[in-house]
Design a protein around this ligand. Sequence first.
Ligand SMILES: Cc1ncc(COP(=O)(O)OP(=O)(O)O)c(N)n1
Ligand SMILES: Cc1ncsc1CCOP(=O)(O)O
Ligand SMILES: [Mg+2]
Length: 204
Amino acid sequence: MKQIQFITHQNHRYSYVDSARMALEGGCRWIQLRMKDATDDEVRKAASGIQPLCREHEAVFIIDDRVELAKELKADGVHLGRNDMPVCKARRVLGEEFVIGGTANTFDDVERLWREGADYIGCGPFRFTTTKTNLSPVLGLDGYRNIITRMAASGIDIPVVAIGGILYDDIPAIMATGVHGIALSGAVLNALNPVEEMKRIIKL
Ligand SMILES: Cc1ncc(COP(=O)(O)OP(=O)(O)O)c(N)n1
Ligand SMILES: Cc1ncsc1CCOP(=O)(O)O
Ligand SMILES: [Mg+2]
């Protein structure tokens, strides 16, 4: 399971930087620094700990929401949701070299983001999760099947990663829907041994 993205989070045991470090040690090579409600300076501080680790592990380093900060820090890219800067504007700010991901909950979201030039789609939530507030309607396996089917029928070819409440046991069935990969956070962060859990997922 190489197409896995880890979304940073914190809990009573681990900081944002800890979470990224454990994901990298477990073999993940795509880290998204997501710190909702944090100030840019707090994100800069976390990035100063995570970005060098990503370079050391030759991992992709994406920043959630913050386009100007992604540019300032020379991240590999940014992930944008409905209430963030539009993808087409972010592309003008960042240029073609940056990876720009977008959030989708429906086929129409996917089509819009594809037209705007997003490089990949984070599509969810798969199931209810507490890692993100204000969740869009839960998709489940059928939700992904419907979206992937409509994408194929429309000739829309953009990588789609499933996200939202995904656990180890869910991954084979989710991948069988035709999505290109998965993004997760809590399944690793809340595991008894996060590094070992990431290794288990990578081995799938
Ligand atoms: C890969 C991926 N998919 C979806 C999201 C959603 O992130 P978030 O910023 O919490 O929510 P929106 O701003 O997209 O509504 C993500 N970060 N990564
Ligand atoms: C960022 C995001 N977007 C939709 S669900 C979600 C949270 C992913 O974290 P978890 O894998 O812990 O549900
Ligand atoms: Mg966002």
